[in-house]
Design a protein around this ligand. Structure first.
Ligand code: ATP
Ligand code: MG
Ligand code: MG
Length: 397
């Protein structure tokens, strides 16, 4: 269908599911990551590059035989991506990078990301930079934001590893200790009633908030439930929100993504407040855990549409429509390295769609797979999934 070679920086589960979508279409993909990583396991057509997505030399090696580069993780070296783009332009070649290195660079620093959203007039929780990371500075911030507030690492964060809830002045010292040597910022605590997420596909390269209606397409609003800052459950569609709230969340997510340069899929995490207002929590410049349900539940999945967008192909009408309700439950590691397999077996037996990522033995809290249960309505689905949630809780301990 397309002879272009796509290079993916990162070969985790998101890369693996992107490969599944590419394989069905005979799209050629090369993966940069460690040998045997989840995505590489299912790529028999290309050995890819062995190394790290943060290593400039390894990224150059990948780029040397690719037409389009994309990412499945934001913690990549963006400076080499910038150089590669400039070199390819000056040589009259056409290496495309989606999303842009500018978008990845901004988003990988959560504080810069927040400031960009503010410039685009997107509502966020009040955020303050913490340049000196001293106790005195944090006490001052405590009096500005009040307690509790969230201290967050600006870079390298995932699954809540990088966040510390500062409940009182007493927590300042342990918080600084837990996040030492990392650049920090502080965020006002949000008393949300629900966490929402919307997957957005950006189809135009340029960053322009005024053209969000032309340049973005969104999936329906889903509800996410986090435990210990790790996504546990996704309800598609979100339970008990009005059609108006769903539409407003989708509009907000699309406007937020329109301020970033580059094509492809983005995840937008949001907080719904008591007064029905919505704040953006954070953005991911890649496929996202909250969008796994789209594989079975929507006409085309987040992975399908990422490929369509980065290859410059049209997004079909109704591609993002939710065809049937779904609940997604993450399969996380417990204390026992193999206990997560019990949940996978139970999910199989219960008729859920099971996805295991090929990561071998588990460590506690690691994402080992997920399951998606499909149904006719949310009430029925909740009953069907309840025993699996109980088992997941038991496994995690
Ligand atoms: P991800 O794996 O989604 O990238 P992350 O490590 O970047 O996670 P955040 O999204 O910043 O972490 O936060 C994780 C979770 O912590 C949120 O989904 C939310 O439940 C909670 N949280 C984050 N910020 C706040 C806040 N300001 N107030 C209250 N709760 C928060
Ligand atoms: Mg994050
Ligand atoms: Mg998050």
């Amino acid at each position: 269908m397309d002879s272009r070679m796509i290079g993916i920086l990162g070969g985790g589960q998101l890369g693996r599911m992107l490969l599944e979508a590419a394989n069905r279409r005979n799209i050629r993909v090369a993966v940069l990551d460690k040998k045997g990583s989840p995505a590489k396991q299912i790529n028999a057509t290309n050995p890819g590059v062995e190394g790290s997505f943060a290593d400039p030399q390894a990224i150059r090696k990948l780029a040397s035989h690719c037409d389009v580069l994309t990412v499945e993780i934001e913690h990549v070296d963006t400076y080499v991506l910038e150089k590669l783009e400039n070199e390819s332009k000056s040589q009259g070649k056409k290496l495309e990078i989606h999303p842009s290195w500018q978008a990845i660079r901004t988003i990988q620093d959560k504080y810069l990301q927040k400031m960009t959203l503010l410039e685009g007039k997107i509502d966020i929780s009040r955020s303050i930079a913490v340049p000196t990371a001293s106790e005195m500075e944090l006490r001052k911030i405590g009096s500005q934001l009040r307690y509790p507030f969230m201290l967050k690492a600006r870079t390298g964060a995932y699954d809540g590893r990088g966040n510390y809830a500062v409940k009182s002045e007493k927590d300042i010292e342990p918080a600084l200790d837990a996040l030492k040597d990392r650049p920090l910022y502080a965020e006002e605590w949000v008393n949300f009633t629900m966490e929402l997420a919307v997957m957005v596909v950006k189809t135009e390269d340029k960053a322009d908030t005024s053209s969000w209606e032309m340049s973005t397409v969104s999936y329906p609003t889903v509800e996410t439930i986090h435990e210990d800052s790790i996504c546990k459950l996704v309800y598609a569609p979100a339970r008990q929100i009005s059609n108006e709230t769903d539409q407003r969340a989708q509009r907000l997510a699309r406007k937020a993504i329109a301020s970033f340069k580059g094509k492809g899929i983005f995840g937008v995490e949001m907080f719904l407040l008591k007064d029905d207002s919505i704040l953006v929590n954070e953005i991911a410049p890649r496929p996202h855990n909250s969008g796994h349900y789209t594989i079975e539940s929507c006409r085309l999945s987040q992975y399908d549409l990422h490929l369509q967008a980065i290859l410059g192909r049209p997004i079909p009408a109704k591609a993002t429509a939710l065809l049937r309700p779904a609940i997604m439950l993450n399969i996380l590691g417990g204390d026992d390295p193999k206990s997560f397999l019990q949940l996978a077996s139970a999910a199989d037996a219960a008729g859920a769609k099971v996805h295991l990522y090929g990561k071998g033995d588990a460590t506690k809290g690691r994402k080992m797979g997920h399951l998606t249960m499909l149904g006719n309505n949310m009430d029925e689905l909740e009953d069907d999934v309840e025993p699996l949630i109980r088992l997941a809780d038991k496994i995690r301990g």
